[in-house]
Design a protein around this ligand. Structure first.
Ligand code: SF4
Length: 412
């Protein structure tokens, strides 16, 4: 039985390095044009070449998103861009628009094409259609349940990629005009302002300025505010169903988020692999609670399994706040060791309790005993955006470059 590829978002070069450090098998990233996630700090041509070289040095594949819904004006220069991506060594292109797909088949016929989730593949006939067009892989629509994924697997042998973790779009796979209407930022060109998460009130047209609350209960409502997808505990069933790749959402998310999520999913896939090698039936494997505990330490808007078992109910929505409270925040990223140099992401003070995130699912707790600037001055508080030499008790002797430390905010 195949263990699926772990596919990570790479919103910029640093995020890509972190994802690779924590065990991604492949990353996806976008260029400055033709990619959704317009504000994700996308890669220019030189960045793309550098990213592919770095990833390939670490045996990691790179898929480039070319997944806008193109207007006529967007087609200009696209063939040159596709040729550039092939020459740069991209492992595949992620495409949603049939026109771009058709062009790519002609211009870069040897480059594998993956269908984006925006293409809304919800049944085996659509899967067979895209396979016949030459798609190597399909990222299935997020509106599918496990039973439907299994059926698509039984009817086709094209590679299947499943979103397992991250923010959900409350419209049908991002086909939404809310953002365009309110802010002029087009979700289908990768520039969504997420107005679905705002809090809304009602105004009757003859009573301007008089706001009526929109209430589903006494806490009010954020009517479109979905919880975040988390299929961590369902990974064994996805492995048994024959998923080829599991995908983490989040090119706009922070380094701390990307590293922490990839770390948990890597550890989970490795643990499942061990269980299968020991003869366990993947359908019956149950992940230990420590994995779920770990994923809950990463900031989310709450967790939902979306359509995995059945059509989601209102329990999949988050009503009383725009996001859930976060028990932990990233403290910093290790930039070098001996001494341990940290890029500070949130304020750190002497006496703070930190946790070092290595590759295993157990984090390593430690206490800050001393901090110095790079000029050797002792400090008692380090601010975000600075670099410090960090001493902890116990000492982080086995720390590795690119690893994360987080800080427990509960009880502060
Ligand atoms: S506004 Fe919300 S529902 Fe609409 S595209 Fe953006 S994230 Fe999706």
């Amino acid at each position: 039985m195949k263990i699926p590829e772990l596919l990570a978002p790479a919103g910029n070069f640093d995020k890509m390095i972190t994802a690779i450090h924590y065990g991604a098998d492949a990353v996806y990233l976008g260029g400055e044009q033709y990619s959704l996630r317009a504000r994700a700090g996308n890669f220019n041509h030189a960045d793309i070449e550098r990213a592919i070289a770095y990833a390939h040095d670490h045996n990691v594949k790179v898929y480039i998103t070319v997944n806008i819904f193109a207007h006529n004006r967007d087609m200009e220069g696209l063939d040159d861009y596709l040729r550039f991506l092939r020459a740069a060594g991209a492992d595949a292109l992620i495409i949603a628009d049939p026109g771009i797909f058709h062009l790519a088949r002609r211009v870069v016929p040897d480059l594998p094409l993956h269908l984006s989730t925006q293409a809304n593949i919800t049944n085996f006939a659509a899967a067979a259609f895209w396979q016949a067009q030459g798609a190597k892989r399909l990222n299935l629509a997020r509106e599918l349940g496990l039973k439907e994924i299994r059926e698509i697997r039984q009817h086709t042998d094209v590679e299947l990629e499943i979103f397992v973790h991250g923010a959900l779009c409350i419209s049908y796979s991002g086909r939404c005009m809310l953002s365009n209407y309110f802010t002029g930022r087009d979700a289908n060109q990768g520039d969504c302002a997420h107005p679905c998460r705002y809090s809304y009130q009602l105004v009757e047209e003859k009573r301007p300025g008089q706001y009526f609350p929109v209430e589903e209960d006494e806490r009010g409502t954020y009517i479109f505010n979905s919880k975040d997808l988390c299929l961590l505990t369902r990974l064994p069933e996805l492995v048994a169903a024959g998923a080829d790749s599991i995908k983490i959402e989040g090119r706009m998310k922070t380094i701390g988020y990307v590293g922490s999520v990839i770390r948990v999913y890597r550890a989970a896939l490795d643990w499942i692999k061990m269980q299968i090698f020991s003869g366990h039936d993947p359908e019956k494997i149950v992940l230990p609670q420590s994995f779920s505990n770990e994923i809950k330490k990463i900031g989310t808007r709450g967790q939902t399994e979306n359509f995995f078992d059945a059509r989601p109910s209102n329990k999949g929505m988050l009503y009383d706040t725009i996001r859930t409270c976060q028990g932990y925040v990233p403290a910093g990223i290790v930039r070098s060791v001996n001494p341990l140099l940290l890029d500070v992401r949130n304020p750190i003070e002497c006496g703070d309790r930190l946790e070092y995130l290595g590759s295993s699912i157990e984090s390593l707790p430690c206490t800050v005993v001393a901090m110095q600037t790079q000029k050797g001055e002792s400090i008692s508080r380090a601010n975000p955006g600075t670099q410090i030499i960090l001493q902890t008790e116990p000492a982080l002797d086995k720390a590795t470059v690119h690893s994360l430390l987080r800080k427990n905010m509960e009880g502060l």
